[in-house]
Design a protein around this ligand. Structure first.
Ligand code: SAH
Length: 363
């Protein structure tokens, strides 16, 4: 039982008492996106609560921009193509990617840009950042509004980890759903409830021990299915970079972060970031089932090394201690080099993109 500490917490507790428990996914959705008090709806958290790769060094976005250019070339330099970013934060990655892509003006001439952003605060920052980028840019709140009428190059850094998950717990009575319940208007707690009729345990989770937790993000599965179908039929590629695992292990990975520290998941909804480790195994399966080719996941360190991060650091003039420290942090296996992973989705038969050597499909 956790005493709630803010207005949204009280509002959720009242809602639960009136209407019944929320799934973890419903709780996450309200905490992150409630129009009045949701975490992303009301602030720019990057820097104050957590830091992301593009904010550490410009090299990260530049390498991703060059990755897109190379994959576009590998697919015959289509004259009309689309560059899509999911959850673009402050717009830094896109800004750095476009600057690097200037070495190939035909690429910039071919593309329009779609920024998929739920947060009005961050969309405004992105728009200011890209106002003179020279390429048509539009903003949408939901990827399902993008038509795959041309090859689309989709990039997403630390986006999947923000999508809501459902959690299921193995008990002595079988699988139960983990839900959020309330005792009074001042408290929230986790409890277990019968699983919904549509719930299916994936075969690899069949021998789960009591206490095991299985997480699934229906939002991520639907998004990847959509992207994989779009890329398989119209060409292009998707590149997901995030922290996560390949789905072999069980566990509750839901975490709250505030001011660079772990925080309580239930106490202050809307005031803390909520994320989960990405199940790259499930992402890969969903994309393959939808008919696309999947490469990776590979560790972020190996991926960025293969893209030439060290050479780019030496070539960056002037590069400061910040860039050196950032390259170490992004690539070192004790830091973000292994926990963070890159996964690419391509049409069947497309050449291997940079960073995903043939035969190295695992971390
Ligand atoms: N990619 C950026 C920001 C990562 S933070 C970077 O690397 O710096 C997560 C981003 O995803 C934010 O921009 C957030 O507003 C956005 N976001 C979270 N959930 C979303 C959703 N359901 N739809 C669209 N954008 C979302």
């Amino acid at each position: 039982m956790t005493a709630v500490q803010n207005e949204l917490g009280h509002r959720i507790a009242r809602m639960v008492r009136a209407q019944g428990p929320l799934s973890v996914a419903q709780f996450m959705t309200i905490a992150l996106h409630d129009a009045q008090s949701g975490y992303y709806a009301t602030r720019d958290p990057i820097g104050s609560d957590f830091i992301t790769a593009p904010e550490m060094t410009q090299i990260f976005g530049e390498l991703i921009g060059l990755w897109c250019v190379q994959v576009w070339r590998d697919q015959g330099c289509p004259e009309r193509a689309r560059l899509v970013e999911l959850g673009p934060g402050r717009g830094t990655l896109m800004d750095d990617a476009l600057r690097a892509a200037r070495v190939v003006p035909e690429f910039l001439k071919a593309i329009d840009i779609v920024m998929v952003e739920a947060s009005p605060v961050l969309a405004a920052e992105q728009s200011a950042r890209l106002k003179s980028c020279g390429v048509p840019v539009r903003w949408i709140g939901d990827l399902s509004h993008v038509a795959y009428d041309r090859p689309s190059f989709i990039i997403a850094n630390e986006f999947l980890d923000a999508l809501p998950v459902q959690q299921f717990v193995m008990t002595e009575h079988g699988w139960r759903e983990r839900v959020v319940t309330a005792d009074t208007d001042n408290t929230l707690a986790f409890a277990s409830a019968p699983v919904p009729p549509a719930f299916r345990v994936p075969p690899e989770r069949g021998d789960a021990q009591s206490g095991a937790v299985y997480e699934v993000s229906p939002a991520a599965m639907a998004l990847v299915d959509d992207i994989a179908r779009g890329v398989a039929s119209a060409g292009g590629a998707a590149l997901f970079i995030d922290y996560g695992h390949e789905g072999q292990e069980f566990g509750d990975t839901l975490q709250a972060i505030s001011r660079h520290r772990f925080a309580d998941v239930l106490a202050s909804p809307g005031s803390v970031d909520l994320t989960c480790h990405v199940d790259f195994g499930a992402i890969a399966r969903a994309a393959r089932t939808a008919g696309a080719q999947v490469l990776g996941p590979v560790g972020q360190g190996a991926f960025l090394q293969a893209l030439g991060i060290e050479a780019r650091l030496s070539g960056l003039c002037p590069h400061g201690d910040m860039d050196i420290a950032a390259v170490h942090r992004l690539t070192d296996s004790g830091e973000m080099g292994t926990l963070f992973k890159a996964l690419a989705i391509l049409p069947q038969g497309a050449p291997n993109p940079p960073g995903f050597a043939r035969g190295t499909s695992r971390c």
